[in-house]
Design a protein around this ligand. Structure first.
Ligand code: MIG
Length: 670
């Protein structure tokens, strides 16, 4: 059951399209304090609180304070409170589980037992919001209801389930060709190469640098023939430059965000001084979206939207102010306080939240200061793109994922988990975020495999891929200045080929589970607690995941570990995929086991009376043969084991066509 409660008058987010009637009574379970703009709930001693989508820390969010405040912050540390997304959904898993969604576009604070161990306190920056309270049979059911409320998740083209290689940046055609050639020569499958900001002409959106990519359309064609999709980045900030059509058109039509006095708001990002298209204005969105045509026309079929929190290096006004103040320090003998103030003048320029109070949106006739609707900006940008694709290329699916997001954006694109580091702890964070993102509708997601910042090691790359082969978005990406991490940079090529090859063998299964989750509003990845209620041990497992209805994952995430402890809530079949192509099947009893996992093995668990389907090895998604699938079963009493897989052409949009569902049945030996 879903109940909707109104407080003040919310600025519409369109997270929920079909709203149930508002309730007159009180919000159940919570204490509502309008004066303090607060909702409080007393948690049971052992109640688990899930949700909040993309954020730091555990699957169980208890014991920390979080914020919904889309932030460009590459330090994903335990003491942070927010990352790039604002996903205001919580699920309380206690005696009577419930879900709560706070639909509110400004900053929200979720104190989940931080101030007081047993108190959940949600505080809004102002009192204009809508709250959805959801009860149901169990956690999974509550999530399904919530997902039904917010609408179907974005579905990418099938090729987007292939392996993607990215780097900030491959600088020119030859560097891209080299990436493709090396993968092909070594027999490592690959479906996409990502282009980061340097493909553009001086970081201008919807331009291509003619020196490094002299004939972009022809190059796309060449790559398509090699089975590769190029995926360029699009930034939120539009360069201020006379003669640049995106800038000139935007100015002429008044489509950029403005300051209080009506002049355009200028902030510096990659291209230097830049303007932000008003992503909250429907005409500006349509206009910005149409610009993607420039790249679609040249054969591009996928994009990633970056810097759309929006990220700001500095604003003209704050920079001028800082420079004036810095002058006063000249020749001064600075004491401690003065030195810190001096330093902060410069460090405080970047992503200063005060800047969000300096510009306005025209929300189709209503002028709104940015900070009140901050969390909608990336959503608006990705919506601009998604709606444009539906208009411009209605016949096919286009790959789209974004950095910033709000619930509602999940209908237009996926997200990647942002600028993580080549740290073992971030491999685990990648795992922990999968279910919370799924709860909030983000199914097409994954982290930068191998880590974005910092230097990766070969063992970390291998271990991370052993998780990454299961995430819908499987992309190896790293920052400028870090150690190269294309898999051919390392020694254990056979192991990498095996891991990535296995991903392709799993695609019929992964794609089917993805489609089922998208079409029925289910979660593809779940904490163990969801499927094994009442199992106190399962409830606390934070380093294993359920995938679909069939699999359990338990990857290694510690360096120099030759294996790990795995908890099995029930008897399952352990599948060990070895580098020599063999699959060892062992039945393991319920309970804890220490499992040896060499760097080149992938070990997963198949649940009782379930089936896993596997394709043959290929070099790109197009070649996968969905008709001849190998089956592995974990027979446990059932006479027949069934699996329904999803098969379509991978680019059309007739998702619901029942012919796409194909059932495989296997009789078990008695
Ligand atoms: O300020 O485009 O998260 O994936 O490589 C950094 C350069 C801007 C941040 C993205 C990252 C991308 C990088 N971008």
């Amino acid at each position: 059951m879903i109940q909707r409660f109104l407080y003040g008058s919310m600025i519409e987010t369109e997270a929920v399209l079909d709203k149930p009637k508002a309730e007159q009574g009180d919000l159940p379970r919570f204490c509502v304090d309008e004066a303090r703009r607060e909702f409080t709930y007393i948690m049971e001693e052992k109640e688990r609180i899930y949700g909040l989508g993309e954020n730091v820390r555990g699957m169980n969010k208890r014991g920390w304070i979080y914020e919904s405040r889309c932030s460009d912050d590459p330090e994903h540390l335990e003491d942070k409170t927010a990352l790039y997304g604002a996903h205001n959904f919580l699920l309380a898993d206690g005696k009577e589980p419930f879900g709560i969604f706070i639909d509110y576009p400004g900053v929200l604070t979720f104190d989940v037992g931080y101030t007081r161990r047993n108190e959940l306190r949600i505080t809004a920056a102002d009192w204009n919001l809508e709250v959805y309270f959801i009860t149901g049979e169990n956690c999974r059911d509550i999530v399904r209801q919530f997902r039904g409320l917010i609408g179907r998740s974005y579905i990418p083209p099938l090729w987007a389930f292939g392996y993607g290689q990215s780097r900030w940046s491959y600088m020119n055609e030859d560097e891209v060709r080299e990436v493709v050639r090396r993968h092909r020569e070594l027999g490592i499958p690959l479906d996409s190469v990502y282009l980061d900001i340097d493909y553009m002409e001086r970081y201008k959106d919807f331009t291509v640098n003619e020196e490094s990519f002299p004939d972009f359309a022809a190059f796309n064609q060449e790559m398509r023939e090699a089975g590769i999709h190029l995926v360029p980045i699009i930034d939120a900030g539009v360069k201020q430059e006379d003669g640049y059509p995106v800038y000139e058109e935007g100015i002429e039509k008044g489509y950029f965000c403005k300051k209080a006095d009506g002049s355009p708001f200028v902030a510096a990002v990659w291209p230097g001084k830049a303007l932000f298209p008003d992503m909250l204005n429907s005409e500006a969105r349509e206009w910005f979206g149409n610009w993607y045509q420039f790249l679609l026309d040249q054969g591009v079929e996928g994009f990633w939207n970056d810097m759309n929190e929006p990220a700001i290096f500095y604003t003209e006004d704050r920079l001028k102010d800082a420079q004036d103040k810095l002058d006063a320090y000249k020749g001064k003998n600075m004491d401690l306080n003065e030195f810190f103030a001096f330093k902060d003048l410069v460090f405080g320029l970047q992503n200063n939240v005060e800047d969000y109070k300096e510009f306005y949106h025209d929300m189709d006739g209503v002028k709104v200061r940015h900070d009140r609707v901050h969390n909608l900006f990336g959503y608006g940008m990705t919506r601009a793109a998604g709606e444009a694709f539906d208009r411009l290329v209605p016949e096919k699916r286009i790959l789209m994922f974004s950095r910033a997001s709000y619930i509602g954006m999940h209908r237009y694109g996926g997200i990647w988990q942002g600028d993580n580091k080549s740290w073992w702890s971030h491999l685990l964070l990648n795992l922990k975020m999968m279910p919370s993102l799924n709860m909030c509708g983000f199914l097409y997601t994954g982290a930068d495999l191998g880590g974005f910042g910092g230097n990766v090691t070969e063992d970390l790359m291998l271990r991370w891929l052993a998780l990454g082969i299961f995430t819908p978005l499987m992309r190896n990406h790293s920052a400028i200045g870090t150690r190269r991490q294309e898999v051919y940079q390392f020694e254990e090529i056979d192991a990498f080929r095996h891991l990535i090859g296995l991903r392709y063998r799993l695609i019929p299964y992964l794609y089917s589970e993805f489609m089922k989750a998208a079409l029925s509003g289910d979660m593809m990845f779940r904490p163990l607690a969801f499927d094994y209620p009442g199992d106190e041990r399962a409830a606390e497992v934070e380093d294993q995941l359920l995938l679909g209805n069939e699999l359990m994952l338990a990857p290694v995430y510690e360096q120099n570990a030759s294996g790990r402890y795995v908890y099995l809530p029930e008897t399952m079949k352990q599948l060990r995929f070895r580098m020599d192509g063999t699959i060892e099947e062992t039945v393991l009893e319920a309970g804890s086991h220490y499992v040896e996992i060499p760097l080149s093995d992938v070990v997963i668990y198949l649940r009782p009376n379930c089936m896993l389907v596997l394709a043959d090895e290929v070099k790109c998604v197009e070649e996968i043969d969905f008709e001849n699938l190998k089956t592995i079963c974990c027979a446990s009493g059932a006479e027949e084991i069934r699996y329904t897989y999803y098969r379509d052409n991978g680019y059309e949009k007739d998702y619901e066509n029942p012919e796409h569902m194909k059932e495989i049945r296997v009789k078990t030996k008695k």
